[in-house]
Write a protein that binds this ligand. Sequence first.
Ligand code: HEC
Ligand code: HEC
Length: 451
Amino acid sequence: MRLRLPVRIAWSVLRWLAPALSAAALCGAASAQAPAADVEAYRFTAADRAFLSTLSLDRLPPPPPSPSNAWADDPRAAQLGQRLFFDASLSASGRFACATCHQPARHFSDGLPLAMAAGTARRHTPSLLGAAHGPWLNWDGSADSLWAQALGPIEHADEMATPRSQWVGRVLQAQGPTFAAVFGPTPNLPDLATLATPMSPRGDAAAQAAWQALPVAQRDAIDQVFAQTGKALAAYQRRLALRPARFDQFVQALARDDGVAVKGLMSADEVAGLRLFVGAARCVSCHNGPLFTNHEFHNIGAPEADRSRVDLGRAEGVRQLQASAFSCLSRHSDAQADRDCGEMRFLKTQGPELVGAFKTPSLRNVAATAPYMQGGQLATLADVLAHYNRPQPPFYAPAQHPSRPHFDILPLQLTADQLGQLTAFLGTLTSPLPLDDPWWQAPVNSAQARP
Ligand code: HEC
Ligand code: HEC
C-alpha cells in the first residue's frame, strides 16, 4: 500500500488541476484539454503495472527444453523441418502440407470452422504461435511434444492422408542427403520402391496388412525416420516468433511513464476492456502469462458442434496419450524416462474435470484468427463474449459421457458496452506479420502447399 500512495496522490492532484492546465503542459499532448474521465481511464497503480507486465511478450522466455527431441534446437534440423512443413509434394496426393492449414499469413491458422485437406477434420485449426511453450499439444492435449504431434496430421485421413512408408520414402527421395547430414544413417530401411507401397499401422486395411507383413527391423527403421521427420518439424516450429502487439507496446509505455504513447497506443475503450479482462470478467484466471494461456484444460461449456458425437476433449486426449507410440516414454523419444517425462508419468487420467475440457488457447492474434473454439463453432469474438456472459452448462449426454462434466465458468452479466470493450481489448493482441522473417516463409524451390 505504501508503494501505491504516491502514485495515487500524484494522479489525484493531476485530476484536480486538469481543467486548469493545458494537456500539453501535463504530458506534451497536442489536444487542448485532458478531461478528468480520460485521465482516470489511463490511471494504473504501480501494482497494476507490475501485474500487466506479466502479460507482456518481453516476459516470454525461449521455448522450454524438449528432452524427448535431441534435435529441438539444431538449426539444420529446423531448416529441414521448414522444407517439410511447406512441401505438398511429400503427401500422397501431392496436394497437402502442414502449411495448407497452418498458413503464415493467417498467423498459422486457416480461417475455417473445421480444418480441411484430404477430408474435413473434426476440429478447428489452432494457430501454432506459442505452441512450443506448453506441455500439451492439440485441443485435448493428445500429444506431449511438438514432434509427436506432427506425426498425427501426416497420416490422418482428413488431413494429409499419407501412409507412413510413403511419407518416409518421399522425404528421403526429396531430402535424402540433408536428412542423413542431420540425423545420420538409418540401418534396415527398405528401398525407395518398397517404401512407395502404402504401409502403416494407422492406415486402411490394406496398408495395415502390408505393415504387419514387414520384418520388425524394417518397421522399426521406418518408425525411426518417421519420428525424426517429426523432430525436424518441431525444431522448425520452435523458431516461429511473435512480434510485439499494440498491447505489449502499451505495457512498455506504461513502464516508462510515457503518457502520450500510452494514450496513442490503446483507446479508452480498449483500456476499459483490459481492466475487465484482468478484473471483473476473470478472463485472466485462465488466459494469463505472455501467451494468455495457463496451458491447462477447462470445460467452459462451448456449444457442442455435433450433439450426436460429443467431443469428450481431455478425457479422450489422455487415452490417446497413453496409447501413443511416440510419447516422451516411447522408444523413439530421446528423453531419460524417469528424469525427463514427469508430465507423462504423473498424468491425470480420470475424473469429471477431464470430460469436455479443452486446452485454454492462447489469445495472441485472436482477433485475426476467427472462428473460435475447438469446433470452430463460434463465428466472431462477439459470439464468444456473449457465451461467456450467459453460458449454458455443458451439454450432457449420459450415453456418450463417462460422467457429468465439470463447468469451469460463471455467468458474467456484463452490459453490451462492457462486452464491446472486452472485444476491443482483444484486438490489441494482434501482432504484425513478420513477413521479413525467413522462418515465416516457404523456402525457395519447395512445391508450395495450395491452400
Ligand atoms: C487439415 C488441416 C491440417 C493439416 C494439414 C495440419 N494440421 Fe496441424 N492442426 C490441425 C487441427 C484441426 C489441429 C487441432 C487438432 C486437435 O485438437 O485434435 C491441429 C493442431 C496442430 C498443433 C497443436 C497446436 C496447439 O497449440 O495445440 C500443431 C503443433 C500442429 N497442428 C502442427 C502441424 C504440423 C507440423 C503439420 C504437418 C505435419 C500439421 N499441423 C498439419 C489442422 C491441420
Ligand atoms: C476457466 C478458464 C477460462 C476462463 C475463466 C476464460 N476462458 Fe476463454 N477459453 C478457455 C478455454 C478452455 C477455451 C477453449 C474452449 C473450447 O474450445 O471449447 C477458451 C477459449 C476462448 C476463446 C477462443 C479462442 C480461440 O482461438 O478459439 C476466446 C476468444 C476466449 N476464450 C476469451 C476469453 C475471455 C475474453 C474471457 C473472460 C471473459 C475468458 N476467455 C475466460 C478457458 C477460459
